[in-house]
Design a protein around this ligand. Structure first.
Ligand code: FES
Length: 161
């Protein structure tokens, strides 16, 4: 059975619970991503049918918001803050370090699915800039050496990028 079909019960549960709610599309997308880790292709037609929307309308909303994923997430997600306070404390140089060491762009995912990069615009740690979030945990007062150590902690996956 394709992996996507494993998510069908989740999709049906979410649609049954949310489809009558005004403005249901975003809560439905968030709930499916929270449960499946991403928005499977198979969900799009189900959502469009349940909400009487076109496939293009559902695709349009998913592609507009960068936080929605249409592929399974990487094992590690690294979100470097790119907002003003972190920028003023060297975040752009750290972003360049990440791009070079991982061979990815700012929204990239390693071909083997080990690491995804995502920019974020403030993690609420401005007083301790620059900051990033690795797998949901905030790391602040970053230096190139501390960033290297964090990447090293993911090394088994990272070196295969
Ligand atoms: S600007 Fe980076 S944590 Fe607020």
């Amino acid at each position: 059975m394709p992996d996507e079909l494993n998510h069908l019960p989740l999709i049906q549960r979410v649609l049954a619970r949310e489809k009558a709610t005004p403005g249901a599309l975003l809560p439905i997308l968030h709930a499916i991503q929270a449960g499946a880790g991403y928005i499977p292709d198979s969900a799009i037609a189900e959502i469009a049918h349940a909400l009487n929307l076109s496939l293009a309308e559902v695709h349009g909303v998913i592609s507009f918001y960068h936080d929605f994923r249409t592929t399974p997430p990487a094992r590690h997600t690294l979100r470097l803050c790119r907002a003003e306070s972190c920028q003023s404390r060297g975040a752009e140089a750290l972003a360049a370090q990440l791009r070079e060491q991982l061979g990815l762009d700012d929204h990239g995912t390693c071909a083997d699915g080990s690491v995804s990069l995502r920019p974020v615009y403030c993690l609420g740690a401005c007083a301790c800039s620059p900051a990033l979030e690795l797998d949901g945990q905030v790391h602040a007062r970053l230096t190139p050496e501390r960033l290297q150590a964090l990447l090293q902690s993911c090394r088994e996956e990272v070196k295969a990028c």
